[in-house]
Design a binder for this molecule. Structure first.
Ligand code: HEC
Length: 446
């Protein structure tokens, strides 16, 4: 046995086998480079989330009475509290981006092909886990925004035919998003998901080690030239991770975590808006309306995409990995990226602002308030404005040019008073101020 300066040599002797040293003491293709650091950057971000998450969890109370205050406590009383929360906040967004890029890189270079099928499938499971982390973590600060985004997000499972209401009950733990939902999401976020994450990450890394890094497609000859993982590639991985960490600190330094008001489950006028990484799905569902299309958009499509991702290496078994020789795969990737980017763009542009911008009391503030009431009153379940909504009742895109204010108010307050045959429900529970705001908004539609 030679006693060289091998990393992990001491441990290896005690533990036996190649457990630790083997991972470092390996060769990787010489051209392994920057694109390959996306995987290790993902791992690094997971570590950041775990470390900051543990400290946050130690100071957090998962109940509607205390959640918001405990976050305020973290932000004001804990040393480095704002930094910890900032890193965790921006880390989640960074994780979604880096995981997405890592998946795309592996897809484009065909690295999911034999013998690395299982590595890919475990990776898809990890991708879904990251999204589940993001979704459950979002509710925890119990702000107006996080609360209503969760109301809308969970409502989606309620539209599943037959078992929808049961599923909704399972996800929320009760009829509405409330204390049980919060505890349930917290337990999933800090117990269930990490318990799944740890073995899957380990398996993923083991498989990466076992099958080594896939050489760049079309350049298999160069793959025979290798370099050491430690220290060559590891140094590059650590450098990229350091850049990622500095970026997180930068974002935390410049923007912090946006302050939000405490959740108010009774304020029906709040316009819900999901976090940016779910916006594309939220936007997609706007195009899938009605009893037939809605379940297709909500269940069939996402399940089909997930299933397709899982079985991809079993279906696409050609060993050709060069992107230029895989036009269909490249076209599919292009369409998927364009669809997600486009839907996110439209979601950002079309989503109503979550907070009002105009000064209180100004005519513009009244109109914005009116729009919130229009959304909260579910008027778009029966009316279309500029292509948005369901055309059960008349289109309202130009309703402002055909009606006077008092006629509109009377019509909404009690449709029967204007038209004895009216089938629109009466909105006679609206306060006078809200009705005035709603009418002010409708009058801007010319
Ligand atoms: C359950 C479906 C439904 C909902 C919800 C609904 N409406 Fe209507 N609305 C109708 C129907 C149907 C008509 C056509 C007249 C009638 O039968 O009442 C109508 C007519 C109108 C009209 C007259 C339009 C025209 O050009 O003749 C306005 C304005 C209007 N609704 C506004 C609203 C507002 C504002 C809301 C939300 C607070 C709302 N509606 C919610 C079904 C609905």
């Amino acid at each position: 046995m030679t006693e060289g300066p091998r990393p992990g040599g001491w441990l290896q002797e005690r533990l036996g086998g190649q457990i630790f040293g083997g991972f470092l003491n390996r060769n990787v293709p010489e051209e392994t480079g920057l694109p390959h650091t996306l995987g290790s950057a993902t791992l690094f971000l997971l570590v950041v989330q775990v470390v900051t998450g543990i400290v946050l969890a130690m100071n957090y109370a998962p109940s509607p009475e205390h959640a918001y205050d405990s976050v305020t406590y973290i932000m004001t009383q804990i040393v480095f509290g704002p930094v910890l929360r900032g890193l965790h906040h921006w880390g989640s967004s960074a994780l979604v981006i880096v995981v997405g890029l890592h998946t795309l890189r592996v897809f484009v270079w065909g690295s999911y092909k034999a013998p690395r099928e299982l590595t890919w499938m475990v990776g898809v499971a990890l991708l879904l886990l990251v999204m589940a982390f993001a979704f459950t973590g979002y509710l925890l600060p119990w702000t107006q925004r996080s609360y209503w985004a969760t109301v809308v997000g969970t409502k989606i499972v309620g539209t599943v035919p037959l078992i929808g209401s049961w599923l909704l009950q399972v996800v929320r733990g009760e009829a509405d998003v409330g204390p049980v939902t919060l505890v349930r999401f917290y337990a999933i976020h800090v117990l269930l998901l990490p318990a799944l994450l740890a073995p899957l990450v380990t398996l993923h890394l083991y498989l990466v080690y076992r099958h080594s890094i896939a050489p760049r497609p079309g350049n298999e000859a160069a793959a025979r030239k290798t370099k050491r993982f430690y220290p060559d590639q590891l140094a590059e991985d650590l450098a990229v991770s350091l850049v990622v960490l500095l970026a997180l600190f930068g974002l935390t330094w410049i923007w912090g975590v946006p302050t939000e008001v405490r959740a108010d489950p009774t304020s029906t006028a709040y316009v819900p808006r999901p976090e940016w990484y779910f916006l594309f799905f939220f936007q997609l569902l706007k195009y899938f309306q009605g009893p037939i299309w809605e379940p297709i958009g909500v269940i069939v499509l996402p399940l089909a995409v997930i299933l397709l991702l899982f079985v991809l290496p079993l279906v696409d078994r050609r060993l050709e990995r060069r992107p230029r020789r895989r036009p269909y795969a490249m076209a599919a990737a292009g369409v998927a990226v364009a669809a997600v980017a486009g839907l996110t763009y439209f979601g950002v542009v079309q989503a109503p602002p979550g907070t009002r911008t105009a000064p209180a009391g100004s005519p513009q503030a009244l109109v914005e308030r009116g729009h919130e009431i229009y959304v909260a009153g579910k008027c778009q379940d029966c009316h279309v404005i500029k292509g948005e909504g369901v055309d059960f009742g008349p289109e309202l895109t130009h309703v402002g040019s055909g009606y006077a204010a008092d006629k509109l108010a009377a019509l909404i307050h009690n449709p029967l008073s204007v038209n004895p045959q009216a089938s629109m429900p009466a909105f006679d529970k609206l306060s006078d101020a809200d009705l005035r705001a709603l009418v002010a908004y409708l009058l801007t539609l010319k």
